[in-house]
Design a protein around this ligand. Structure first.
Ligand SMILES: [Cu+2]
Length: 154
């Protein structure tokens, strides 16, 4: 009985070992295959190249070439700067949005002439030519508390 049990104990590990080896080889084979797959995935490391491209795009958006006979009004921190501008009839105002939020330059009722321009976020611009003299109170239609004034002299 004791010898039988002893042989049994010895034989069982052999079967188990051969089975384990077979399984281990199988896993190793699968592991190698998936390993190759995961090695292929890192290849599109080209993705990090995109973020640096966005950085230079943001930088020039805060600046703009102002044409002749044009006054620049920047939109910064929910304010038109300068908030009061005086120009001569026939001149233009160029609004530049340096913010990350969309704004508008929209005339109010009672103004000598009307304008309503979207000034898109981060570098958006809107230009209007003032051909009628007078005082223009305008605001941002999205944020009505953003008020400013343009005085057009004849
Ligand atoms: Cu606004």
């Amino acid at each position: 009985m004791r010898l039988f049990a002893g042989q049994g104990r010895i034989r069982t590990p052999f079967w188990l070992f051969s089975l384990l080896i077979a399984i281990a080889l199988g896993i190793a084979g699968c592991g190698g295959a998936s390993g190759t797959g995961s090695t292929t995935t890192p290849t599109p490391t080209a993705t990090p190249t995109t973020p640096p491209t966005e950085v230079p795009t943001t930088a020039p958006s805060s600046t703009v070439t102002v044409p002749p006979n044009t006054v620049l009004v920047r939109i910064i921190n929910f304010k038109f700067l300068p908030s009061a501008v005086t120009i001569k009839k026939g001149m233009k105002v160029l609004w530049l949005n340096t913010a990350d939020t969309d704004h508008t330059a929209t005339s109010l009722s009672g103004d000598p002439a009307s304008f309503d321009g979207p000034v898109g976020a981060s570098g958006g611009t809107f230009t209007f030519t003032f051909t009628v003299a007078g005082t223009y109170n305008y605001h941002c239609a999205i944020h009505p508390s953003m008020l400013a004034t343009i005085t057009v002299t004849s």
